[in-house]
Design a protein around this ligand. Sequence first.
Ligand SMILES: Cc1cc2nc3c(=O)[nH]c(=O)nc-3n(C[C@H](O)[C@H](O)[C@H](O)COP(=O)(O)O)c2cc1C
Length: 262
Amino acid sequence: MSESDLPAFDTSDFKYTQPPNPSWTYGEALATTEQGQQWAQEAEEGWKTFNPAEEDPRVIYKLCISGIVPRPIAFVSTLAEDGSENLAPFSWFNQVSTNPCVISVSVTNSPRHKDTAANIKATKGFTVNIISDPWIAQANSCSMDAPSDISEWTFSGLTQEPSISVKPARVKESAFSLECELLQNVEIKDAGGKVTTNLILGTVKYIHARNAVLNDKGVVDPAKLKAVGRLGDISYVSVKDGFRIPRPAWAEYIEENSKSSL
Ligand SMILES: Cc1cc2nc3c(=O)[nH]c(=O)nc-3n(C[C@H](O)[C@H](O)[C@H](O)COP(=O)(O)O)c2cc1C
């Protein structure tokens, strides 16, 4: 089946559902639900085990970006020392600390050195913009291997919004943007000592959240944000369903267990 034979993008609203096993109690094994039973059965097919130190890094790359999913995407805006603008998506991204508020973005030097890492190292300030369904095409276009002196802003169709504390603009179309300053760059090296990756840690100076995506508790509503995540290869995921599971508490666990042992 070709991509054009697939159903059209599902624009239905995000909805909350029950969790997969809402009646689960402490200690209950997987095979008590039909889905769980099948999942347990599939373990009997065994495992294929990879040793990254011995495999071709390209094999490990494809394997890990398809297995470590879904990943959030940082859409990063930077400036070179000469003022050249740059915009590109990165899914080796996360928040790593909240006090202080620090995020990480990891940029590989393969298959080529990327402007984003060079720019952040040179000019320190950058913005990270969360991508939403309506403008994923525009954002994806910025992963093009355009020459360093070409600004991805020019062909992306996206709009610059001035930042407060850093020079690069943030993306006006983004409902959630972070202004960041380089905290530390960790150079990751291969067995021969060659730097293969720059793990950039950035201190978040300002957070811009669209009023339209904030709920009355001041947090982002996933139904409004319509965030896009990354899967393996060229696959993305749109956040369509959510479910809620209460955080377990020791006191509750003890109470439940003491009742069942009576
Ligand atoms: C959704 C998506 C996520 C990506 N994530 C990463 C990543 O985490 N690290 C990386 O080095 N490249 C990643 N890339 C590739 C870069 O976006 C691409 O190499 C881009 O051209 C880099 O631009 P630059 O040279 O202007 O910095 C990703 C591409 C896409 C489409």
